[in-house]
Design a protein around this ligand. Structure first.
Ligand SMILES: [Zn+2]
Length: 80
């Protein structure tokens, strides 16, 4: 299966282990890292407000992607 979740920002593919999808639901203020191989997911608060203009929202998302990747890396390295 290779369906693409709505709001997919990035797909983290570790050298070993399953891919982790980094998803942002519009105006949610939080990125969600979701494992493609198990039910694990982690919310990363970007600090974006519903009233923020899209440009600011994008900037905050970009700034927090490394955090999401850290969670993804840690999870991907763990056992399933
Ligand atoms: Zn997993």
């Amino acid at each position: 299966m290779s369906s693409t979740p709505e709001g997919l920002i990035s797909r983290f593919q570790p050298t070993t282990g399953p891919a982790i999808d980094i998803v942002y639901a519009p105006h949610s203020g939080a990125l969600t890292a979701t494992c493609t191989a198990c039910p694990w997911s982690e919310r990363i608060n970007t600090g974006a407000l519903t009233t923020d203009p899209p440009e600011k929202e994008d900037l905050l998302i970009e700034r927090h992607i490394p955090d999401a990747y850290d969670y993804a890396q840690t999870h991907a390295a763990s056992q399933h």
